[in-house]
Design a protein around this ligand. Structure first.
Ligand SMILES: Nc1ncnc2c1ncn2[C@@H]1O[C@H](COP(=O)(O)OP(=O)(O)O)[C@@H](O)[C@H]1O
Ligand SMILES: [Mg+2]
Length: 214
């Protein structure tokens, strides 16, 4: 019988400027150094169709979408991303590292915009079901520090950065609550430290969770 290999699925979550995009590349490099095949991806986006939807979500005015329509767009993009990129990659044995995933919908559209979490859970069950992440790293740091880092990046995809401080405080609280409710899956990483220190903390969490030796 052929051995069925399914690559692990790790997601990076947290507010703007927490260091997700920086750290996901560092984790990919560490895994590749151990000859683990890695597919690096991001949300919203990750597949051609989902990247088109991304543009609708990350540009324009802050009040462009209601919490409901924004959640539907995210899950439409996520369905395409799962079908066309994540599932095939995991089936061939790749580890998939994803910069943001469904917890961001819960935090931004639920915690931030106030859409009820039961509605988001219904969409999650329909679109993601049992294909969710094995490990979620939640990068946590004070809102002002994250926004200052994000502003220094100046990449133009700044729709969420323009939301008020109170929105970002709700986001941060929502991510910490997700971690509290899913202790098996989530690890909170203190992202206030320098890049190398945060990288080491992430590596400790990953190698412990998957019994890797560095
Ligand atoms: N631990 C850190 N300390 C200081 N600056 C950081 C740290 N991590 C990332 N940065 C910088 O902050 C900015 C935002 O980081 P980024 O990885 O893009 O965050 P995110 O993807 O979570 O929004 C980038 O310019 C990055 O180089
Ligand atoms: Mg990023």
């Amino acid at each position: 019988m052929n051995k069925v290999t399914t690559g692990s699925f790790i997601t990076f979550e947290g507010g703007e400027g927490a260091g997700k995009s920086t750290q996901i590349k560092r984790l990919a490099a560490r895994l590749e150094a151990l000859s683990v095949p890695v597919t690096l991806t991001r949300e919203p986006g990750g597949s051609p169709g989902a990247e088109e939807i991304r543009t609708l979500l990350v540009t324009g005015e802050g009040d462009r979408w209601s919490g409901l329509s924004e959640s539907l767009l995210h899950f439409a993009a996520r369905a395409d991303h799962l079908e066309r990129l994540i599932k095939p990659a995991r089936s061939r044995g790749d580890w998939v590292l994803c910069d943001r995933f469904a917890d961001s919908t819960l935090a931004y559209q639920g915690g931030g915009h106030g859409l009820n979490s039961a509605a988001i859970q219904t969409l999650y069950d329909l679109v993601v079901g049992a294909q969710g992440p094995d490990l979620t790293l939640i990068l946590d740091l004070p809102v002002e520090a994250g926004l200052a880092r994000a502003a220094s990046r100046g990449e133009g995809e700044d729709r969420y950065e323009k939301m008020g401080l109170a929105f970002h405080e709700r986001l941060r609280a929502a991510f910490l609550e997700i971690a509290r409710q899913n202790p098996q899956r989530c690890v909170v990483i203190d992202a206030t430290f320098d890049i190398d220190t945060v990288e080491a903390a992430i590596w400790t969490a990953v190698s412990k969770r998957f019994s890797l030796s560095s």
